[in-house]
Design a protein. Structure first.
Lengths: 316, 274
């Protein structure tokens, strides 16, 4: 277990470093003068020069990279040109929207997908199974932002149960704030749940065909007991893999869905930063999102080893 | 062919994909109205005899916009999947043929590239190079590379353990000859299936990027941008936010169903395993 964890941790750190190098290279080195990009074509040479100095662009690349990484570790990400606010503060504010949204969406995804997937597998080839499979096939084809627009059409425009967008903030009215996240979370979750339900169904069906399931049945356990005691734990490994990958999709999905609902989260921040050519904000938010994906994959790999000891033996 | 047409998933999927391709081809020779010409006096018309699905806020005919928009989706899908296949398959084959540290390197690269979903790559590239269809295609293409690299390596590794490959090696054939003559033809089915799925993913990604204004730029019509405009007009004409979405869903559904059908038809072992 120790060797497996150590190896996996080394890969995790190397991937994080590689990601930081690529993001830094794309944002800070390749385009020539980042200050020119940020200020636009019409900027005077003096203004470009001043911003270059302020951002430290006149220093060697290695020094700038080192300073950025140190800043990432210390939480000092520089100051946004457009907002004139520390980037770390901006990110902290926006995370208060994005993090609960992604978590709520993931929880909904798991709840819908596991229920439907297990139900479909338990009723294999029956009407319910066919219905779940057909619905999930359509669900996979729906773009989450279109589903979000449809939700707004039905629940905000026609029924007026929810607002069509915006976020009142957690401090003023937590219930209203939570309510503002429900439709976006549903939009994100339904599409992901369609994929996960299919994976869950086939994983459960695969395990149901195993010899130990037959043994458990022969021992006298009924279908329900076998399902809960033996099948689900074993079927959980592939489901967990996909859930890890899906969290990455959810995080990037929030960028689009936050824009549909005008939610002031990281997605909207990055989008506004692109419009404002606020490269420092883009660079740090992209790093944060990429790091989140890498961390999730690492956690999923470690969880594998806990759930299925065969995997860690193989990996070692 | 008869077997293929009897396969329900494949038949429905193929019909929808044929509709998509047919629509895109039709756009080169005919559209009911010009997709770029504005007709303000006729803006926001409801569906009717003159404009089957109505007009948008600038008076453009929705059917014409959808027809021309399909061209975009197909172009993005073809190029982005092409990038994925060319680089991803090459890397996967290299990893399987060389094994050892080359394989490890390719796999770690794939793990790393997965940390940058298409949207994130597109955002990063757009911030620097500006929004546009080219940036979107490159970003989606880059995302496809590790997908194809992984699936190629896994499938190719399985072929490398087969007896006929051993026989080819015993006959003195080199790694590249075996890869070209034996491995690639045997994994083609898996790659074709994956290509249809990635095509669908590319259509979804392009629509999302264009919705955000990071993909196709005006005046070129795109389903994603139509949805953005439709959302803005939701209170005046809600159908504007429905049609482009339906076009995306039908295209993606068609490709996914065709992919599922192809998997069953080209590789019955996979079909049984499902």
């Amino acid at each position: 277990m120790g060797i497996f964890l150590l190896k996996r941790f080394a890969t995790f750190v190397a991937t994080l470093l590689a990601a930081s190098v690529v993001i830094f290279a794309v944002q800070g080195v390749l385009p020539g003068n980042a200050a020119q990009v940020m200020l636009g074509e019409s900027a005077t040479p003096e203004a470009v020069q001043a911003l270059s100095q302020k951002l430290g662009l006149d220093q060697p690349v290695a020094v700038r990279y080192g300073r950025w990484v140190r800043g990432l570790l210390n939480g000092d990400l520089g100051t946004s040109v457009a907002y004139d606010t520390p980037v770390s503060e901006l990110i902290r504010e926006r995370l208060a929207v994005t993090a609960p949204l992604a978590l709520l969406a993931m929880a909904l995804t798991a709840a819908i997908a596991l229920t439907l997937g297990i139900y479909a597998a338990a009723h294999h080839n029956e009407l319910g199974d066919v219905g779940v499979m057909a619905a999930s096939q359509v669900g996979i084809a729906i773009p989450n932002f279109w589903f979000a627009i449809l939700l707004i059409l039905v629940f905000a425009v026609k029924l007026q149960w929810f607002s069509a967008g915006g976020f009142p903030g957690w401090a003023d009215d937590p219930w209203q704030a939570f309510k503002a996240l429900i439709l976006p979370a549903v939009a994100l979750a339904v599409v992901q749940a369609a994929i996960l339900a299919r994976i869950t169904r086939s994983a459960v069906l695969d395990v149901l065909r195993e010899d130990f399931v037959r043994t458990a049945r022969a021992k006298g356990l009924n279908r329900r007991q076998v399902l809960w005691r033996h099948v689900l734990r074993n079927a959980f490994v592939p489901v967990l893999t996909v859930m890890g990958l899906q969290f990455a999709n959810l995080l990037t999905g929030t960028v689009v869905v936050e824009n549909v609902f005008s939610l002031p989260g990281l997605g909207r921040l990055i989008f506004q930063a692109i419009s404002n050519r606020d490269l420092l904000v883009v660079q740090n938010v992209v790093m944060l999102l990429a790091a989140a994906v890498i961390v999730i994959n690492f956690v999923v790999d470690v969880l594998y080893a806990v759930i299925d000891p065969r995997l860690k033996v193989h990996a070692s | 062919m008869q077997r293929a047409m009897r396969h329900k998933s494949f038949a429905i999927g193929a019909a929808l994909v044929a509709l998509l391709i047919g629509t895109a081809l039709l756009s080169f020779v005919w559209t009911p109205y010009s997709a770029t010409e504005l007709d303000i006096p006729n803006k926001l018309q409801p569906p009717g005899a003159a404009h089957w699905l109505g007009t948008d806020s600038l008076g453009r005919d929705i059917v014409s916009l959808l027809i021309v928009g399909s061209r975009n989706s197909i172009a993005v899908g073809l190029i982005a999947v092409g990038i994925g296949i060319v680089f991803g398959v090459a890397l996967g084959l290299l990893a399987a043929a060389r094994r050892g540290w080359v394989e490890e390197l390719v796999m770690r690269f794939s793990d790393f590239a997965f940390a940058f979903p298409a949207l994130l790559s597109a955002i990063m590239l757009t911030a620097v190079y500006g929004p546009g269809l080219g940036t979107a295609i490159v970003a989606i293409g880059i995302f496809n590379v590790p997908v194809f690299a992984r699936i190629t390596r896994a499938s190719a590794n399985a072929v490398w353990t087969r007896e006929f490959v051993l026989a080819a090696r015993a006959c003195g054939k080199g790694a590249w000859s075996i890869t070209w003559h034996h491995v690639l033809p045997n994994i083609a089915a898996v790659l074709i299936v994956q290509a249809t799925i990635q095509f669908a993913v590319a259509i979804l990604a392009e629509a999302a990027l264009s919705y955000l204004g990071l993909g196709t730029q005006p005046p070129m019509p795109s389903w994603g941008r139509m949805l953005n405009e439709g959302q803005n007009m939701m209170y005046q004409s809600w159908l504007l936010a429905v049609w482009p979405g339906l076009a995306i869903v039908l295209s993606v559904l068609g490709l996914n169903l065709m992919g599922d059908g192809l998997r069953d038809l080209l590789d019955p072992r996979l079909a049984r395993a499902r």
